[in-house]
Structures are given as C-alpha cells and as structure tokens.
Design a protein around this ligand. Sequence first.
Ligand code: NAG
Ligand code: NAG
Ligand code: NAG
Ligand code: NAG
Length: 455
Amino acid sequence: MASFQKVFAIFVIISGSCHAEDLVSYDEWWGPEGSSTENDTSIRPFTVQFDEDIITDLKYRLSHHRNFTSPLNDSAFTYGFNSDALQSWLTYWSDTYNFTERETYLNQFPQYKSNVQGLDIHFIRVTPEVPSGVEVVPLLLLHGWPGSVREFFKAIPLLTAVADDRDFAVEVIAPSLPGFGFSDAATRPGLGSSEMAVILRNFMFRLGYSKFYVQGGDWGAYIATDMCTLFPKEVIGFHTNLALSLSPVSLGVWALGSILPSAVVDSSVQDRMYPLLNIVEGLLRELGYLHLQTTKPDTVGIAMSDSPAGLLAYILQLFSMATTRDNNNKADGGLTDTFSREELLDNLMIYWMTNSFTTSARLYSETFNIRNVKMGIYAMPTSVPMWSVHAKNELVYQSPTVLKFKFTNHVHATILDEFGHFLALQAPGVFAEDVLKAITAFRNCSINNICIRAS
Ligand SMILES: *[C@@H]1O[C@H](CO)[C@@H](O)[C@H](O)[C@H]1NC(C)=O
Ligand SMILES: *[C@@H]1O[C@H](CO)[C@@H](O)[C@H](O)[C@H]1NC(C)=O
Ligand SMILES: *[C@@H]1O[C@H](CO)[C@@H](O)[C@H](O)[C@H]1NC(C)=O
Ligand SMILES: *[C@@H]1O[C@H](CO)[C@@H](O)[C@H](O)[C@H]1NC(C)=O
C-alpha cells in the first residue's frame, strides 16, 4: 500500500504543478452592467428588518395552503417531509414565532455590507476586546446550503471569547455567501465555488486582511477548499467539519480500499467509509435535491419562492436527515429533538424574506459542471494546514489516507461519536473548542506553512 501511495503522490504533485491561481479571474464583475458601485469600497452598517408587508403576505400563505396529500401509513419521513407533521410547523411559524423578537435576535451582532466585484456582501463581524499581549486573529466563517449565518449564532460568542490560556482571540467574520440571504446574487452565469473563493478573498482584503484563517462546513468547506488551492499564501489555516477531497486519486484510493479497508481507514471508523456500495447507495437515496439543483435550480425555485410550506418542507427535511438518518424513521423527523423551532425558522426567514432560494440553489449548477471539471481545481493539492472534525452522522467521511492527496498538510482529524452535519448549530461548544484548538496548532506551524502532523 505504501509504495502504491507514493506513485499516486508523485502523480498528484505533477498534476498540481500548474499554477492554480492562473485559472480564475481576480476581478470578474458579477453585478449589473453599468453599476455605479464599481469603485465603492465602503463598509456600511446593516440591520435585518422584517418587512411588515412580507410578514402579512407570509401569514396569508401559511394559512391558505391547499390540503396536503396524506402520507402513506407509517412512512414517517422516508418519503420526504411527512405532511401530518407539517401543519404544526406552519401554525407555529404564523402564530407563535415572534417576528419582533426574532428580528432583534438576528441583529445581536454587528453586521455590514460591502460591495465586491459588483455584489453587496453581507457579513457579521465580531471583534473581541483584548488586553495587551493578546493578538486578534481573523477567522472567515463560511456557512453552506440550506443554511445561513444563523448556524453560527451560538458559536460566535464562544469563538470570540478571550481566555487566559490563549495568547490570541478570534475575530469572527461570517459573510452570507453571494446569492444567499442578505448578499446579492450574480446577474450572469458562472459564479461557482472557485469564483466565490475569489470574491471572498477580495472581501477579506477589503477588510484589511491579507492573511486569515477559514472555517467551513458544507458549501463553506467546498469554497474554503478552493480558497486553499487558489490562495495558499493568504489562507494560513483551514478548519472544516466536512473534509472532502474530490481529487480522482482520493476517490480512487477510497474505492480501492474496498479490497483492504484497514489499509485506508482506522477500524474504529471503518463503517463510515465501507462497505462503499452501502455508502453510495445511502447518498443516492438522500441527495436527490443535489442532482435537481445541479441541473434545474430555477424550476424548483419557482415553487420554493411561492410557497412557505414547500420551502419549509424542502429545507427542514434536509435538516432532519443530515442530523441523523435515523430521523427518517421518526413521525416528526426528529427535528425538535435536536433544534429549537425558533432557530430553524430563523434560518427559513433568511431565505423567505430575501427570496433567495433560487439564487442559492444555483451554486450547485454553477459548480458541478463541465467548465469546473476542465478547470480541475478540485484535483489540485493544497499545502495549507488543514484540521478536520468529523461528526458521527456527517454525510461523508474520508480518512486522512484519502484526504492527503488533496490536503498534503492535514494536521489533525477529530473524530466525534455523535452529532450531525450542522455541527455549529447542534453542538456550538464542541465546534468552537475544536476550531480554537486548530488555530492554536496552526499558530505553532512554522512560518513556511509547514505543519507537522500531530498524533
Ligand atoms: C472607477 O474608477 C475608474 C478609474 O479611476 C474610472 O475610470 C471609472 O469611470 C470609475 N467608475 C465609476 C462607475 O465611477
Ligand atoms: C381539506 O380538508 C378538510 C379537512 O379534512 C376538508 O373538510 C376539506 O373538504 C378538504 N378540502 C378539499 C378541497 O379537499
Ligand atoms: C392506515 O392507518 C389507518 C389508521 O390507523 C387505518 O384506518 C387504515 O386502514 C390504514 N390503511 C392501510 C392501507 O393500512
Ligand atoms: C414578542 O416579543 C416582544 C419583544 O420581546 C414582546 O414585547 C411581545 O409581547 C411579543 N409578542 C408576543 C405576541 O408574544
């Protein structure tokens, strides 16, 4: 196995020797033609405002839906969101969810907008007050789909806390991805993950940071991975709760590992990777939305921007499944076993109010396409120090042996025996502690960005 890996490692080094940064434009314009924002570098304060008309319209739609088709007996969530479980959510959203209070909640952190490449980017920025001798380090925190910055609200105070045993404190910068929530969407095709990586790097430059840490899960992880590949000098460390290498070598090693799993993965987590056929079959069963959004995001988007009941069912079914597959067998999808109704509805409000479902879903079609495959960024290795945390019920697990063909500097993998895909929302304490440990390790890397693999 060792010599086999060496051959592949050489292949990876050769294939990665062209310059990733030549593949993308650094200043592509995504806003409307002739926009007056061309030279606007201002950073403007922003507050979330729930528009009265939108709330009135939302309540009307929530109470005027047609009768839903009854679920098949005992099907729980296996056919999708169970319609018997839906009404209580719609009533809660319309009658119990306190719009005034939630608006205040969503405004608890300083928020801003700044225009990058034609798009207003919304972001939360929390800068800790530190005593002398404590360094403030910037962390770009990236959410995914169907999430939002709301996923991080409980983790932000933990991440930005000042502690006696740390010589640094984290400044959190959490943007809404372009096309998501309060950030503008592209007005022309082509804004996929690597283009977002460029926007976010330019965005960090705007805030005055030429070097920074990045954390991401879901799409945040995918985009951050592209940032590591394109901008290894700017990203000084990458923490992820969804470490994923789509490098053909990684996928090949994963597949070959079927013959001898113990050569690829530790026995304690072997069931997270093998039998491969079970893993693939499980993903095919759950990730239909991914194919749909990769091909026809605008069609499903029409229904989602017209019906809050539809939007709720579509998005919360994924929160249910991605937290643990066992939820498929629960009559209510197990949603409130893990999350409060408020936090899930806050996230939905961000999609509904801004009518951003369609533009957010387009990220799939703008990334998983021939243009991106030809660009080949996903196959190029990066030496940016990477630290991963692996929740038990995360959608995919790849072992360090598989990941190293993409992340040549994988510092550490934290294995968790519980929790799911939305780790920052579900377990903010565990999440924040792991991120802080990673940054501590990154700070101890040598100045040449070379990290020694910790045990
Ligand atoms: C932006 O600045 C450039 C260079 O100074 C100038 O040519 C251009 O007209 C400016 N654009 C706008 C919209 O003001
Ligand atoms: C919808 O359901 C209600 C209550 O079960 C029933 O009275 C009503 O006739 C149904 N409406 C239609 C259009 O089927
Ligand atoms: C489904 O369940 C209901 C209520 O328990 C029962 O009356 C009905 O006969 C069941 N239908 C089928 C097809 O099993
Ligand atoms: C909603 O929250 C606000 C602020 O906390 C409070 O003043 C108001 O009474 C609440 N409304 C309802 C209907 O509970």
